[in-house]
Design a protein around this ligand. Structure first.
Ligand SMILES: NC(=O)c1ccc[n+]([C@@H]2O[C@H](COP(=O)([O-])OP(=O)(O)OC[C@H]3O[C@@H](n4cnc5c(N)ncnc54)[C@H](O)[C@@H]3O)[C@@H](O)[C@H]2O)c1
Length: 381
């Protein structure tokens, strides 16, 4: 058990100069004072890694993640990092997460977790054996109104669920942005060796699957998928249409695109039950629509006293003072800090979410390869 006032010593792999999500992780980890970033191997070359660490003023900059692992293990336990955040392109998640978890460090890894369900199995095994906390930054599940949606479903307000529609629409890959290699985020995301078997379905479809799973508690039993590559020459899908069959009989649709011009980060969820429906949209995250058979439709709002405990705990400022992406991301880190301190009820997306996401991507890719046949998603205990 840790005292809450003592920050967790954190290291970071990836997130050097010019990277996208590493800086978001740093802001999220810092927001509640629960973490202190003390070490980093921030980039793919030793020179850039050390320069990025110096720029951030990190106490310990390392030229590579292997050097960071060795260097930290050589320190006395009370000085070395306790947890590592992995914010590299996807193909590096597996070796780095495996090595740090195996050495007994807690892990925060970005999504999609790894490239294959066999790799996910291996991480599950190592994390269990070592007893480390392992989080996967499905940050959209950190929003207060997503936690409220989850509560409404759990409390039975919607009744038994019938149908779920989840959409994640972006437009930034509508042109061959990866050609020429200047946009590094586009370059690795469209390269199967670095991105994994899915393009848009892996990059943002994994968020969509996790959002629907966390809110509804439903498990996808089978998928029927069409993956499309609209931009000529691109090696991975940039658009996906997926029919979902859930265990227990509910049905769903998952739509993902990175070529819808004008769409920014438009993640939406609609859940329909026998007694009511709810609807939430990431670009307006402080509100949640609820409609039931018995009452007029409600627009529920973050910070209000009628919300459940999880939504209340996930909120930092009063209603009408907008909270957004960074605060939701910080809620994931707050859950990880609580778990590291030994709170068995800590609320954060974990290895089970990450592994399930990998199984889901695999099933979607297999279905699309079979012309849209129904393919079962591998069940996980
Ligand atoms: N949760 C989210 O909302 C979200 C959003 C964006 C990205 N992501 C995920 O975060 C990860 C990074 O994405 P990004 O957009 O920030 O990519 P990016 O290309 O902007 O940054 C990747 C960073 O990793 C570094 N790197 C590469 N190889 C390395 C190595 N061997 N050792 C150390 N560092 C190395 C690069 O130098 C760079 O600093 C991906 O897994 C992506 O799917 C998640």
């Amino acid at each position: 058990m840790r005292e809450p006032a003592v920050p967790v010593r954190l290291g970071m792999v990836g997130g050097g100069a010019g990277a996208f999500i590493g800086a978001v992780h740093r802001a999220a980890a810092r927001l509640d004072g629960a973490f202190e970033l003390v070490a980093g191997a921030l980039a793919s070359t030793p020179e850039r890694a050390l320069a990025s660490a110096a720029e951030l003023g990190l106490p310990r900059g390392y030229p590579s993640w292997q050097a960071m692992l060795d260097g930290e293990l050589a320190l006395p336990p009370e000085q070395r990092i306790e947890a590592v955040s992995i914010v590299t392109p996807n193909h590096l998640h597996f070796p780095i997460a495996r090595a740090f978890a195996d050495a007994g460090f807690h892990v925060v890894c970005d999504k999609p977790l790894v490239h294959s369900s066999a790799q996910a199995d291996e991480l599950v095994r190592v994390a269990r054996e070592r007893g480390v906390v392992f989080a996967v930054t499905y940050n959209y599940s950190g929003y207060p109104m997503v936690k409220e949606a989850r509560r409404l479903v759990r409390d039975g307000v919607l009744g038994p669920l019938r149908k779920v529609v989840v959409e994640y629409r972006q437009g930034w890959l509508a042109t061959p942005l990866e050609a020429g290699g200047e946009n590094r985020q586009a370059a690795w995301r469209t390269d199967p060796a670095r991105s994994g078997p899915g393009g848009a379905i892996g990059d943002i479809g994994s968020h969509a699957e996790q959002l629907l799973a966390t809110v509804t508690g439903l498990e996808v039993e089978a998928v029927r998928a069409e993956l499309t590559t609209f931009v000529p020459g691109r090696a991975l899908d940039d658009d996906a249409t997926v029919l979902l069959r859930f265990r227990g009989g509910a049905r769903g649709v998952l739509l993902v695109s990175q070529v819808e011009i004008g769409a920014e980060n438009d993640l939406r969820l609609r859940v329909h039950g026998e007694r009511g429906s709810l609807s939430w949209r990431q670009e307006e995250p402080n509100r949640l629509w609820l409609a039931t058979l018995d009452e007029p439709a409600q627009l529920r709002s973050r910070g209000q006293p009628y919300l459940g405990a999880a939504a209340a705990a996930a909120s930092r400022v009063p209603p009408g003072h907008p909270e957004g992406f960074l605060e939701a991301f910080a809620n994931v880190y707050a859950g990880v800090a609580a778990a590291i301190r030994g709170d068995a009820g800590a609320d954060y997306p974990g290895l089970a979410d990450g592994a399930r996401g990998v199984d889901f991507i695999e099933a979607v890719v297999a279905s699309a390869a079979q012309g849209g046949a129904w393919v079962n998603v591998r069940p996980r205990a």
